[in-house]
Structures are given as structure tokens and as C-alpha cells.
Design a protein around this ligand. Structure first.
Ligand code: PEP
Length: 255
């Protein structure tokens, strides 16, 4: 049984005080019986204020990016060792905004994933196709390349510390969500590919989150899909009441 995860990606929003306030509202609104994982991915400058706020709660702390080097002359970068020291449990690697705006390649992302594991950080690894790729029937090819190149050289053991987020680029921040069926199809493909690369046991245990305009209004039907194990949520995670509704989703069908 895969433990679901609901992750909020706050992107480059909020100052320290507002981040702490939002983290507190989310923490205080959590059902104490909640069985799945909740994670907040915040800006580097907000890691400390959010860490303090959630330290007495089950909420996990994540960064949104990192350098693949441990230390040295890499001005402007933040290393896995520094993230670990700042209290991070996870780091997001390969978000489409990093791939597209900051030109991060599969090779760079592969180095980042390996560096994260070397320093005991868990990883949310993002993959997803653009609208053009989908319209040209290239979705599966793109996902396959991103998985093959990004996870190259990893072991089955490494994969126990990795969560995949399938985020169709055309659905991120656009208000257009993939239909539950489109998301489920992509997740099945991703799981099969993980099986081909790492074996059936790893594939069956792999958590695959869906991301792309997840909202309080659509989370229930998404989570009803058998291969959707959670969500990576951008805009909706910046509003405590909405994000709490996403966290406390009620799948329309039982898994
Ligand atoms: C994201 O930031 O990963 C994301 C999916 O954003 P949004 O939910 O706003 O589409």
C-alpha cells in the first residue's frame, strides 16, 4: 500500500513572516488522524521560519531546487549539505520551471538526484510533456526520456527515497487540469517504465503524484484514480483553507 502525499509548492512567493503564518494555519488545520504525508516546498529564505513552525508537526519540509555539488565556488547556488543542515527532508528536482526557464537538462537533473541521495535528502522528481509534445503524440516518448536520463545509474534502494510527480506542463498554473483519465493513463505508463528500469517491486511501491492546477474542486476525482498517489500543488497551496481541503481529499471511489 502506497502512502499518499500531498505536497505544496509555494514557488517564489511569501516573505518569512507570511510563510510562517501560512505554515501555522496549515498545521493547525490538519486532522490529527491524517494517515498520509503532507509536505511544504518553500523558498530557501523561508526554510528556517517554516521549519520552526512545523517542527512539532508531521509536515515535511522541502526545498524547490539545489546544486549537485557539495560545496565550493558555485556563487548563488545552495548545496544538498546546506539543505540538510537547514532541516529539509526533501528537495524538488526537475520542476518544469527549472527545466524550461533555467535550462536544466536531464544530465544536470541526474547529477542533482544522485547528490541528494548522497546527502540523505529525499527527492520529488518532476516529469511532464508540453502541449506541443502532447499534440504531436510525443507524451510517452518524453516521459520515457526524462525517466531514463534523469534516473540513470540509480539503485532500487535509491528509488525508495524518490517520489515522482507527473506534471503536464500545459496544466501548470493554467487552470487546465488533465482529466483524471489522462492523468491515470500517464501514471500507468510511468509505473510500467519504472518496472522496466527497476523491477516490479520498485514500480509497485513507487508513489506517483499528479501536478497541474490541482484544486479543492478536482482533488477528489483525481485521487480516486488507482495510480494517482497524491498531488503536487502550486497556486492552491498558498491558500490555507483551499490547501487544507486538498489535503483532506475524499476520493470518490475507494482504492
Ligand atoms: C506546480 O507548481 O508544480 C504546480 C502544479 O502548480 P499549479 O498547481 O499552480 O498548476
Amino acid at each position: 500500500m502506497r502512502k499518499p502525499m500531498i505536497a505544496g509548492n509555494w514557488k517564489m512567493h511569501l516573505n518569512r513572516a507570511d510563510a510562517a503564518k501560512l505554515a501555522a494555519s496549515i498545521k493547525n488545520g490538519l486532522d490529527p488522524q491524517l494517515k498520509h504525508e503532507v509536505l511544504l516546498a518553500v523558498s530557501f529564505t523561508n526554510l528556517e521560519s517554516v521549519r520552526k513552525e512545523i517542527s512539532s508537526s508531521p509536515i515535511l519540509l522541502s526545498a524547490q531546487n539545489m546544486c549537485w555539488e557539495e560545496k565550493g565556488a558555485f556563487t548563488g547556488e545552495v548545496s544538498p549539505v546546506q539543505l540538510k543542515d537547514a532541516g529539509c527532508d526533501y528537495v524538488i528536482i526537475g520542476h518544469s520551471e527549472r527545466r524550461k526557464i533555467f535550462m536544466e537538462t536531464d544530465e544536470m537533473l541526474n547529477k542533482k538526484v544522485k547528490a541528494a541521495f548522497k546527502f540523505s535528502l529525499k527527492v520529488i522528481f518532476c516529469i511532464g510533456e508540453t502541449l506541443e509534445e502532447r499534440e504531436n503524440q510525443k507524451t510517452y516518448r518524453v516521459l520515457q526520456t526524462q525517466l531514463n536520463e534523469g534516473l540513470k545509474g540509480l539503485s532500487e534502494q535509491d528509488l525508495t527515497n524518490l517520489v515522482i510527480a507527473y506534471e503536464p506542463v500545459w496544466a501548470i498554473g493554467t487552470g487546465k487540469t488533465a482529466t483524471p483519465e489522462q492523468a491515470q493513463d500517464a501514471h500507468i505508463f510511468v509505473r510500467k517504465e519504472i518496472e522496466r528500469m527497476f523491477g516490479a517491486g520498485t514500480a509497485a511501491a513507487m508513489r506517483i503524484l499528479y501536478g497541474g492546477s490541482v484544486k479543492a474542486e478536482n482533488i477528489d476525482e483525481l485521487m480516486a484514480q488507482p495510480d494517482i498517489d497524491g498531488a503536487l500543488v502550486g497556486g492552491e497551496s498558498l491558500k490555507a483553507d483551499k490547501f487544507l481541503r486538498v489535503i483532506h481529499y475524499q476520493p470518490v471511489l475507494s482504492k
